[in-house]
Design a protein around this ligand. Structure first.
Ligand code: AMP
Length: 307
């Protein structure tokens, strides 16, 4: 099934306790589409880049069969640039620089032939723009969306309106608490689902993720990654793995949602092993399925007899 991805395409500068890179391919749409392409052979990307966007990065996306007809090239400026520095715990980061460049006037236009896409990923962009995408698509199976603290603080009403139109929100624990003003994640989840989405994933960084689907709750384990070099893109990669699996199987039943959360976690666990999207370049299908099995074994609980 087709996957339509809308979000940022960027160059990132990254500092972690283990090293730094001045400029590496990044952006929410980049990570989501690269990752979904491991599961779907019909991934379409809508975004904008500037005159400095490198041919080798176009080639990388094309090498994964990602359709770039919706990638606007705005020759009047440079590609969105973001720079972040991670603290020693790797869970928190400071944004050191954000240069919107051509992203400032990004107007997501969905090509006519893409408007029937069945699975839609709304990467982290201004919630009004996310809504604008939804106005252009026809009856998708599943709309999955990400957001960030910045939009919760600046555009809460618009954000809630956009959330009311989607099927699944994927956010981290601090965002869930901030969005609802509720500390307890299970209560916060109920309040978010009351806004509209039938499915919700709350990511807990290195501690796994919670899935709320219908009346069911599923707690996904965290993978013990020994060498975390760079968490950049882990959230987007999670979403790409989750959506990629759902589009590949075209099955939204709770059991398959659980698998999707684990495939999201698998892909995120690869992403953090190298800087930027570098590790995603060399992941194989065998790597993905064998790590899925490791995840499964991590959380198998043996039965006990009462008494
Ligand atoms: P993640 O680590 O999954 O939260 O996503 C990291 C990516 O988000 C980086 O590659 C950045 O280029 C991108 N990013 C950072 N800030 C913004 C923003 N304000 N809007 C859109 N994308 C952003």
């Amino acid at each position: 099934m087709s996957v339509l991805v809308v979000g940022s395409v960027a160059y990132d500068g990254i500092e972690t306790p283990f090293g730094q890179v001045d400029r590496i391919l990044g952006g929410s749409a980049t990570y989501i589409s690269l990752t979904s392409s491991f599961f779907s052979d019909d991934v379409k990307l809508v975004g904008v880049v500037g005159s400095d966007f490198a041919d080798e990065d176009i080639r990388l996306l094309e090498s994964r069969n990602i359709d770039l007809d919706g990638l606007q090239v705005d020759e009047s400026g440079k590609t969105f640039f973001w720079k972040g520095k991670y603290h020693f715990d790797l869970n928190t980061r400071d944004t050191l620089d954000t240069q919107l460049n051509v992203f400032e006037h990004f107007d997501p236009v969905i090509p006519d032939s893409w408007r029937n896409s069945k699975y839609i990923a709304l990467g982290n962009i201004e919630p009004g723009l996310q809504s604008k995408v939804l106005e252009q698509v026809h009856r998708p199976e599943l709309i999955v969306m990400d957001t960030m603290n910045f939009w919760i603080e600046k555009t809460l009403d618009q954000l809630k309106e956009t959330i009311s139109k989607i099927d699944m929100l994927v956010i981290n624990d601090s965002e869930a608490r901030e969005l609802t003003g509720t500390h307890n994640l299970f209560k916060a989840a109920g309040e978010i689902k009351d806004l509209g989405p039938g499915h919700l994933v709350i990511k807990k960084g290195e501690h796994g993720a919670l899935l709320f689907t219908g009346d069911e709750v599923f707690s996904a384990p965290a993978y013990p990654v020994i060498d975390i070099f760079d968490p950049t893109g882990a959230g987007d990669t999670f979403m790409g793995g989750l959506l990629g699996w759902l589009s590949y199987t075209d099955d939204l039943e709770p059991q398959n949602m659980r698998r999707a959360v684990i495939f999201g976690s698998v892909m995120a666990s690869f992403c953090v092993e190298k800087f930027g999207p570098d590790r995603l370049k060399s992941v194989s299908e065998d790597d993905i399925y064998s790590r899925y099995k490791e995840f499964r074994d991590l959380s198998l609980i043996p039965d006990v007899q009462a008494g």
